[in-house]
Design a protein around this ligand. Structure first.
Ligand code: DP6
Length: 324
């Protein structure tokens, strides 16, 4: 068999308006539109090659992946094999340059890179929209890592209509994400269980009923480069999601004491005139968003706080792409 392989790279993304809870678990159809920024340099690079083995294999960061991770990747490959009309098995080698399971969306960059690499390996003709839909089947938020820059996932109501589009290029607005890493351990409750639990919170209905104006405010803050409007809406939306998490059964409580310290400090710094705002995904690490000009000052302030293990920074990133 000729040795065929394809390699792709994709960024993680940070959600400004969150996806939490699905309308369809199997297809990863969300209940609401969400908006995110791709994170340049916080990436997965994934090579997929054909193998003579009878099963797929998966290496992540140089070690064989857990059975659960392999099953998830293999299940995703089944979608691609069905489209390609083949049952060929693959070997997947994926490397991340950030800690896995730390609230930085490793499943997003992983499945976006895998979608691009695997569809190229099987020579599938796919538009950006097709790739976004495909990546969504691996991990919901992965669909937002396919297009470039700032992206909006149009919730849709079917496999065909649920995908992400770019709403602004990476060059359009030079925001930075300064990620205060307070804990690099894998999270105890993964997002799948969290999405499932969301409907048990009495607050989820209110979050969904009120999300459209937040999506619109966030989108226009990006279009108008209005940082102060963006700050208000991303903190509100993050708090909404964490309020749902905290009131779900089982209860999900992702914050560490240091997370709270960072959130309170960010609010204080903003009152003192520094343009910065926090947002938190399903983990304890705090993403501090700021315009490029404020990055040094924000990092300087973060460095003064106790309990921060590391600070990662990212500018707006490109979409997922093949690597030669
Ligand atoms: C809190 O996309 O990781 O990061 O579809 O089960 O893979 P699966 O979930 P996932 O959920 C992400 C949730 C979030 C918010 C967001 O990115 O919008």
């Amino acid at each position: 068999m000729p040795h065929r392989e394809a390699t792709a790279v994709a960024c993680a993304n940070i959600a400004f308006i969150k996806y939490w809870g699905f309308r369809d678990e199997k297809l990863h159809l969300p209940l609401n539109n969400s908006i995110s920024m791709n994170l340049a340099g916080i990436e997965s690079i994934t090579t997929v090659s054909l193998t003579n083995e009878h099963q797929d294999s998966l290496m992540i960061d140089g070690v064989p992946a857990s059975q659960a991770a392999l099953s998830r990747a293999s299940h995703f490959m089944d979608y691609i094999r069905a489209i390609a009309g083949t049952d060929e098995r693959v070997s997947i080698v994926s490397n991340n340059n950030f800690p896995m399971g730390s609230g930085i969306a490793s499943s997003a960059s992983a499945f976006a890179a895998l979608a691009v690499a695997a569809s190229s390996l099987f020579e599938l003709e796919m538009t950006e929209q097709d790739l976004s839909r495909l990546a969504r089947l691996g991990s919901g938020s992965a669909c937002r890592s396919i297009p470039a820059g700032y992206t909006e996932w149009l919730a849709g109501d079917s496999d065909q209509t649920s995908y992400a589009i770019s709403i602004a290029s990476p060059e359009n607005w030079d925001l930075r994400d300064c990620i205060a890493v307070v804990n690099t351990q894998p999270k105890v409750v993964g997002s799948l269980a969290g999405h499932r639990a969301a409907e048990t919170s009495p607050l989820q209905e209110g979050r969904i009923a009120s999300v459209l104006p937040r999506v619109e405010k966030c989108r226009s803050a990006i279009f108008n480069h209005d940082f102060w409007a963006l700050a208000d809406v991303i903190e509100l939306d993050s708090n909404m999601m964490h309020a749902v998490m905290l009131t779900s059964t089982p209860m999900l409580f992702y914050w560490e004491p240091e997370s709270i310290l960072v959130m309170k400090s960010v609010q204080k710094w903003r009152k003192n005139g520094i343009p910065c705002a926090f947002t938190v995904d399903a983990g304890p690490n705090i993403h501090v968003i700021c315009p490029a000009e404020a990055q040094n000052e924000v990092i300087h302030h973060l460095e003064q706080l106790p309990g921060i293990q590391n600070i990662l920074t990212a500018r707006p990133g490109q979409g997922a792409r093949l690597q030669n």
